[in-house]
Design a protein around this ligand. Structure first.
Ligand code: AMP
Ligand code: ZN
Length: 460
């Protein structure tokens, strides 16, 4: 842990940057809301997971032993945040003809391989909502025992007005909501939310369970309160997610845990801001989205996308454009080339490293840290030292700089044969033939460079 530049993080709950002080010395417990696996993750979702990975790496760099828990939402996330509409999994299952279980497996695997491609380390613990129905039922039972629930014809709801602090995270104006509230269902208040939904009558659902209140399935928010409590305890260091979670999902997680356990779940609440496509939020449910695979089809590696994410602070919204991705791709290529050319690493430069730590410990200021890498490239430090220093930065960047190598050019046999013939012509001082063969190679898209080590073939 750096004493001169202690880690400071922005806490949405307190709306300020403050020093990170672990609840248990040397340890950091993090819960990240994982994907709803009814479709592929889009690059917007992935921006949030890159941010969480940067947080985790920064904590590790500061010497913390990180325990990161991530859930997989495979039931209970409804198409409307007002707890109406269909379960996203069930809807997608109907559209694709697969079972909800098959869908969940397919998209969970796809999500994990996106994380691997982006060099995002897997969480210490993965947990699936459907594997934790018991824990969720116990949690709801406890809320009922404490008087925070009521029943309607379609489920068991959380009575948000019973909790004075409800909505503090999002600074919700409850009185304002009260005035504008329309009573159009059995829900008593607009901010009340489902803890348990009953299966529709006379309809067998693929995903449903017995409960003390009737057959049904859990609401979306209860899974995170229940699984976080199981794996990290009632109060842990950091809870993360995308900015859209502030007013609903995270407000409701906090409400459940506060009502049941008397804590606000996490010491720090951190949120990654959205990636926008064409000025609108990228939406997994409308299908209007780009995947990592879409970028790869256009020749952009996952690492270029990671670099693109590092170029903006996690607390600013970012617009996606192909031009910007291309510019970042070129920059990353230059960084790789430079580092490759520096050869073997020697010793880390203390001054640069200190400045780097200052930036990442200042609420993960990765854009400044990236800019510092370019100062390093331009500096007059000796190559081995530059290399060692950049590799030290890469512990947080996660760009796999040490592994990068120039692509080996595959030369077709007929081309290398032509190049050999040209070389023989040169040795015979048959310059005319040598020039003709050079032109022939050029017309086929190859050029020969005569180096001290002999001729080298490149693509034009
Ligand atoms: P979901 O799979 O919809 O539950 O979302 C997974 C994660 O991605 C959550 O943390 C969301 O807050 C986050 N997210 C959703 N859309 C975007 C976006 N356009 N940009 C950044 N993060 C997003
Ligand atoms: Zn969650």
């Amino acid at each position: 842990m750096s004493e001169s530049q202690p880690l400071r993080l922005f806490d949405t709950y307190e709306r300020r940057v403050r020093p990170f002080e672990p609840l248990e010395p040397g340890k950091a417990g993090i819960y990240c809301c994982g994907p709803t696996v009814y479709n592929f993750a889009h690059i917007g979702n992935l921006r949030t997971y890159v941010f969480e990975d940067l947080l985790r790496r920064t904590l590790t760099l500061n010497g913390y032993d990180v325990n990161l828990v991530m859930n997989i939402t495979d039931v209970g996330h409804l198409t409307s945040d007002a707890d109406t509409g269909e379960d996203k999994m069930a809807l997608s299952a109907r559209r694709t003809g697969l079972t909800a279980w098959e869908l969940a497996e397919r998209y969970t695997e796809a999500f994990k391989s996106d994380l691997t491609a982006l060099n995002i380390s897997p969480p210490t613990i993965w947990c699936k909502a459907t594997d934790h129905i018991r824990e969720q039922l116990d949690f709801i039972q406890d809320l009922e025992n404490k008087g925070f629930t009521y029943r309607t014809s379609d489920g068991i709801y959380f009575d948000s007005r019973k909790l004075n602090s409800y909505g503090y995270l999002a600074r919700l104006n409850i009185e304002g909501l009260q005035e504008g509230a329309r009573v159009d269902s059995e829900r008593r208040f607009v901010t009340d939310f489902a803890l348990w939904k009953f299966s529709p009558k006379d309809e067998q659902r693929e995903m449903e369970w017995e409960s003390p209140w009737g057959i049904g399935f859990p609401g979306w928010h209860i899974e995170c309160s229940a699984m976080a409590a199981k794996y990290l305890g009632d109060y842990f260091d950091i809870h993360c997610g995308g900015e859209d979670h502030i007013p609903i999902h995270h407000s409701n997680e906090i409400a459940q845990t506060e009502a049941s356990r008397g804590t606000r779940l996490a010491n720090f609440w951190m949120h990654g801001y959205f990636l926008q496509l064409n000025e609108a939020k990228m939406s997994k449910s409308t299908g209007d989205f780009l995947r990592l695979a879409t970028l790869s089809e256009k020749g952009f590696s996952a690492m270029s996308y990671r670099y693109f994410c590092l170029s903006a602070h996690y607390r600013t919204q970012m617009s996606f454009s192909w031009e910007s991705l291309e510019a970042n791709n070129v920059a990353l290529g230059r960084l790789y080339q430079a580092a490759y050319g520096w050869g073997e690493p020697t010793a880390v430069d203390a001054d640069f490293y200190d400045r780097f730590l200052g930036f990442v410990n200042d609420d993960l200021n990765l854009p400044r840290a990236l800019a510092l890498s370019w100062d390093l490239v331009k500096s007059d430090l000796e190559d081995g030292c530059k290399k060692a220093t950049l590799l030290a930065f890469d512990q947080v960047f996660g760009l796999d700089i040490a592994k990068w190598e120039p692509a080996v050019l595959e030369i077709p046999e007929h081309i290398s044969k032509l190049a050999d013939e040209r070389q023989t012509a040169r040795e015979d001082k048959n310059w005319q033939l040598a020039d003709e063969i050079r032109d022939e190679l050029l017309s086929r898209g190859y050029e020969v460079e005569d180096t001290r080590d002999g001729p080298r073939i490149n693509k034009t």
